[in-house]
Design a binder for this molecule. Sequence first.
Ligand SMILES: Cc1ncc(COP(=O)(O)O)c(C=O)c1O
Length: 283
Amino acid sequence: MPYICVATTVNMAGGQPISIENLKKLRALTNKHGIKIILDMTRVAENAFFIQQREPGYAKKSVASIVKEICSLTDGATMSAKKDALVNIGGFLAMNDKNIYEEASNLVVVYEGLHTYGGLAGRDMEAMAIGILESVDDNHMKARVGQVIYLGENLKANGIPIVEPIGGHGVFIDAKKFLPHLAQNLYPAQTLAAELYVESGIRTMERGVVSAGRNSKTGKDYYPELELVRLTIPRRVYTQAHMDVICEAVVSVYKRRNKIKGLKMVYEPKYLRFFQAMFEKIN
Ligand SMILES: Cc1ncc(COP(=O)(O)O)c(C=O)c1O
């Protein structure tokens, strides 16, 4: 069965949330070619919020109704409930096709547990059910995205180069602009992430040459156009005052940016090096 997977609000900056207009066009095209659409609905509530804010004709629709409309245009979905659905573990797989459902519910017994719980504890499923309801509450979403925008605007007001428009789950700092004197082989985004951690204990994520990895045939590093540091904000954990602390820490590193000399990679794991690679500071 041919299928295409579409993700709700992307993890890497530079992409845009799904729009209903776009999804409708994709639906028409996939219908024509008999292709199923599988939605990665991990961040569907944030995506729906952006549709409400930006797409003509959606300002008066609720986040919940927009989520339903997105789902109605797709054939199935995967969900990591640790994100929009506000829980610390869990997820699910959903689909319209009864035959695929039967096959999937048989396979889940082999890999995870009975199809009624898929390896999850009852307590976690109850938390997820409540999380799903709360995640599509318009006020919750407004506050959640509002906090991220507050941080982004604050950074901008202090002259920090960030990616715009500001995202729903985090703010991306442009490390190439933050540390313009560092060549990409000195890992500018990784360097900035490390400096921020040393400065303040704030853990961020590199999205640049380390994340891009290397070509398995030539062994050469990929040099992506973007060198970004992602300040991802967990839901319902931090206050506005915490956002101010993050901003102060970033500004503090920015003030001494000219003295920062980059990193050297001293250990590289075989797979997904951005999770486990180790670096030394260049002095
Ligand atoms: C859109 C999207 N799908 C899936 C995942 C992965 O989820 P998990 O942490 O459960 O592997 C993420 C993680 O950030 C995500 O943003």
